[in-house]
Design a protein around this ligand. Structure first.
Ligand code: COA
Length: 269
């Protein structure tokens, strides 16, 4: 392969905003949307930008095409990363920044999964608040096949979502689960036909975007606090969110709209 071929195959990340939905698309189809360090950097940047953008009510992460959400980190970069501390540090920091953004952002997120959802791809999907998947997708954490020590924060997320016994099977065996197994393990919220996937996700995202943003932020903060019961600052943040709703214009608008039998027009204030 020439260096030009390799550059072309490094992939890219597209973003767009439509109807309150911020789309983040991993685009590296010739490598099954494997994520290079530059792509992970772009994902972290896009998540931050969407979280700061008042026109974005919900973020959807997806792969380009239907063949893969993402086949994990780009293994073709591993040799270079392992050859230098600097490159290894950049990989760890960049991947860490994606997961931190997903954890910290106030905007809700949905992973739209079609096809291979492996390794770092599955970790990103697990970092989203909601996972909607197409039938025929497959899920695995191949770290044990590659000799990788899977990051603690990602293992914690997996254990919280599927429990320790399912996490053990997924991590120890590195086996690929199909969508039916992923659904019964709690790895995904819902499985739909590939033809219905984009519509199902857009409809869900649209219904979230039409709801009261402060309520959603507060629910997000409460869910996070529930996942980390020992962390007092998360509990405080969740309580503040609930109080903010009580003082909001939107709580009055929600009640007025109900009484007037019309759809509410929320402003997030
Ligand atoms: N990093 C870099 N390249 C990858 C990749 C990854 N994570 N996953 C797939 N590719 C590349 C393959 O090397 C292949 O490149 P080539 O055309 O130069 O041979 C191309 O994508 C297509 O993959 P291929 O294996 O031929 O397709 P497939 O449909 O038979 O299988 C997968 C797809 C995803 C099951 C398989 O490629 C795979 O197991 N990938 C590795 C997944 C993994 O271990 N991810 C965790 C990384 S931490």
């Amino acid at each position: 392969m020439t260096s030009t071929d390799n550059a072309v195959r490094r992939g890219t990340v597209h973003t767009r905003v439509a109807d309150g939905i911020g789309w983040i698309v991993f685009d590296n189809p010739s490598r099954r949307n494997a994520l290079s360090v530059d792509m992970m950097d772009a994902i972290a940047t896009a998540l931050g930008a969407f979280d700061d953008d008042p026109t974005v009510a919900v973020v959807v992460l997806r792969g380009a095409g239907m063949e893969a959400f993402a086949a994990g980190a780009d293994i073709s970069e591993f040799a270079e990363q392992q050859a230098s501390h600097e490159a290894q540090r950049r990989f760890d920091e960049t991947a860490g920044a994606v997961f931190e953004r997903l954890r910290e952002m106030q905007t809700p997120s949905i992973a739209m999964i079609s096809g291979y959802c492996l390794g770092g791809g599955l970790a990103i999907a697990l970092g989203a608040d909601i996972r909607i998947a197409a039938r025929g997708s497959s899920y695995a954490i191949p770290a044990a096949r590659l000799g990788i020590g899977y990051p603690l924060a990602n293992t914690e997320a997996l254990v919280q979502i599927v429990g320790p016994a399912q996490a053990a099977e997924i991590l120890f065996s590195a086996r690929r689960l199909d969508s039916a197994e992923a659904l019964s393990a709690g790895l995904v919220n819902r499985v739909v036909s590939p033809a219905d996937l984009e519509h199902a996700v857009t409809e869900l995202a649209g219904s979230i975007a039409a709801n009261a943003p402060l309520t959603i932020r507060s629910a997000k903060a409460s869910i996070r606090a529930s996942r980390h019961p020992g962390e007092a600052h998360l509990k405080d943040r969740a309580e503040q969110g609930i109080q903010t709703c009580k003082r909001s214009d939107d709580i009055r608008e929600g009640q007025r709209a109900f009484m007037e039998k019309r759809a509410p027009q929320f402003t997030g204030k």
